[in-house]
Design a protein around this ligand. Structure first.
Ligand SMILES: *Cc1c(COP(=O)(O)O)cnc(C)c1O
Length: 412
């Protein structure tokens, strides 16, 4: 079936063996190592097939029923399905499913609500804010005046008093809540209250937790935020891409901010693949998956703590674990390299008040493979042993290969 066609890349192999070898090598890498990068997942064969479908050929500027190109009547059906499924899944009045990525979704949200030079309050980059939350290397930091809030040094939790004080002082036009490395649920009602007090818009950048929201294991920002930005490829397990949710009154501004303001034609194969992923995410099987993702992350966090790592916030509510490996004698950057040699693939990240000293792990991908709490305990033990120098990375690599082989992400 389509799985074989897509995964084996028969057409590519016949025509371009050189590139086919690269594709197969990446497939082999993904299935013989452990993907603990918190932003990654394994999309289903159906989502992959939609991505590789000829819908990719279609040019479709505009929105269903109102396109700048002819011949859009069929892809319009795919986009309508994606929008219907997204609004039903998240209880939102409006969904834009055209954003090419999470960053594009955030750009469009700013474009819908702000003017260059406006003040925006967001989680500081050293505390887990995303590039689009005011990095000087990103459009956000260049075009807007960002003020950063932080987390409490002791608890690792968002400092609500500071958020309120900064909002009162700076009177931002928008407040952003969302992070690349926050293992706990955010208090959306709190952010709404502060935004209302100072007359700011509230933008929730739920790129990471949106899949957990779909699975019913994380609180939804939809009732609280003016605009919710998200990715479709993290825990949500869809194609690489972005999505924006909002109320009816902002729908037109959001749609115009995506097209024609920040993007041209939609990628209709990605839109179709998003529809497939939203369909999957609405099933009881996905809710069960989301519960297992969190259970696995909690087990991983506890096992890492038992091995001596310092787990930020003392645990997790989500798929994400942030840990300081310093007690084992390494920093995050060194640890990432040593673990990569063992086939344990993860990110280093900023710890509160410190760059690159921490490790960020996520359980979305390994849970899709079917791994459970037993495997999480095994992985934590192996990881700590490699970092302590008790197990050579090359030796650990064999254990990882054996474990991964027992949980293939795709059928052989
Ligand atoms: C992943 C992420 C993004 C960006 O997603 P891309 O698709 O890589 O552009 C934006 N914001 C947050 C909070 C994220 O975690």
């Amino acid at each position: 079936m389509a799985v074989g066609h897509v995964l084996e890349g028969d057409a590519v192999r016949r025509q371009d063996p050189e590139l086919a070898d690269v594709l197969l090598a990446e497939r082999e890498r993904q299935s013989s190592t452990l993907q603990l990068i918190a932003a990654e997942n394994f999309m289903s064969p159906a989502v992959l097939a939609a991505l590789a479908s000829p819908s990719a050929n279609k040019y479709a500027e505009g929105y269903p029923g109102n396109r700048y190109h002819g011949g859009c009547e069929v892809v319009d059906l795919a986009e309508r399905l994606a929008v219907e499924r997204a609004t039903a899944l998240f209880g939102a009045e409006h969904a834009n499913v055209q954003a090419h990525s999470g960053s594009s979704a955030v750009l469009a949200a700013y474009a819908a609500l702000l003017r260059p030079g406006d003040t925006v309050l967001a989680l500081g980059l050293h505390y887990g804010g995303h590039l689009t939350h005011g990095s000087p290397a990103n459009f956000s930091g260049r075009w807007f005046d960002f003020v950063g809030y932080g987390v409490d040094a002791e608890s690792g939790l968002v400092d609500h008093d500071q958020v309120r004080a900064l909002a009162r002082n700076h009177r931002p036009k928008a407040i952003v809540c969302g992070s690349i490395a926050y293992p706990r649920h955010l208090d959306h009602a709190f952010f709404r209250e502060v935004a209302d007090e100072v007359g700011a818009y509230l933008i929730a950048d739920a790129a990471h937790p949106i899949g957990l929201v779909a699975g019913g294991v994380a609180p939804s920002p939809v009732p609280y935020a003016d605009i919710v930005c998200a990715t479709t490829h993290k825990v949500l397990r869809g194609p690489r891409g972005g999505m924006i949710l909002c109320g009816a009154e902002l729908a037109e501004r959001v749609d115009r901010a995506v097209f024609p303001f920040t993007q041209g034609g939609a990628q209709m194969n990605a839109v179709a693949a998003k529809a497939v992923a939203f369909g999957e995410a609405a099933t009881p099987a996905f809710a069960a998956y989301a519960h297992r993702v969190v259970a696995n992350a909690r087990t991983l966090a506890a096992a890492l703590a038992a091995e001596g790592l310092i787990v930020v916030t003392g645990g997790t509510d989500t798929h994400l674990v942030v840990a300081d490996p310093a007690p084992l004698g390494v920093d995050g950057r060194t640890a990432r390299g040593r673990l990569a040699a063992a086939g344990i693939v993860l990110d280093c990240c900023a710890l509160p008040h410190d760059d690159d000293r921490g490790l960020r792990l996520g359980t979305a991908a390994v849970t899709t493979q079917g791994m459970g709490v037993r495997e999480m305990k095994f992985v934590a033990g192996l990881l700590a042993s490699v970092l302590r120098g008790g197990t050579e990375p090359a030796r650990a690599r064999e254990d990882v290969r054996e474990l991964a082989a027992a949980f293939p992400p795709y059928p052989r």
